[in-house]
Design a protein around this ligand. Structure first.
Ligand SMILES: [Ca+2]
Length: 152
């Protein structure tokens, strides 16, 4: 269990733990859904954030979210608060539908009620409600979460 680093984080009165990423060299990363993930606090626009994520790992991208459990974990990872943060959702060009920058299927979404309101083509979380999605202008500067698939 060399790489099973348990990170215990306390937010208010709730205590949640993340399992460490099993990939060697990524000890600061934790498991979120089927990914190893890391929250970067430095603020960048969406394109810069995606490029930074691609530089972290050969399969690195802004994180994609595929179920409610992963969305809950992502909310906790980003502080369980209103800290607006990029995830990998982006509007498809010339279409009113959404895609993930890692190329995975858009099979889950958790919009703030009333969103997406069409203001911007990139997806942030923690706007208005912790963990929920909002569309916003891609040039906005935000912290972000990078991820890569857990290697089998
Ligand atoms: Ca919006």
């Amino acid at each position: 269990m060399l790489f099973k680093l348990m990170l215990v984080m306390t937010f208010g009165c709730s205590v949640l733990s993340f399992q460490g990423c099993p990939t060697q060299g990524y000890r600061e990363w934790v498991i979120v859904g089927s990914h190893c993930a890391k929250h970067f606090h430095e603020e960048h626009n969406f394109g810069e954030a995606e490029r930074i994520c691609q530089g972290q790992h050969e399969n690195g991208h802004l994180i994609s979210v595929h179920d409610g459990k992963a969305n809950d974990d992502l909310r906790v990872l980003t502080g369980n608060w209103y800290k607006r943060t990029w995830i990998g959702g982006q509007k498809m060009p010339y279409a009113n539908s959404w895609m993930w920058t890692d190329g995975s299927k858009w099979n889950y979404q958790n919009w703030v009620p009333g969103e997406p309101d069409g203001i911007g083509d990139c997806v942030q979380i923690n706007y208005h409600t912790p963990g929920k999605f909002d569309d916003v202008q891609c040039w906005s500067k935000r912290g972000f979460v990078c991820a890569f698939p857990i290697e089998k």
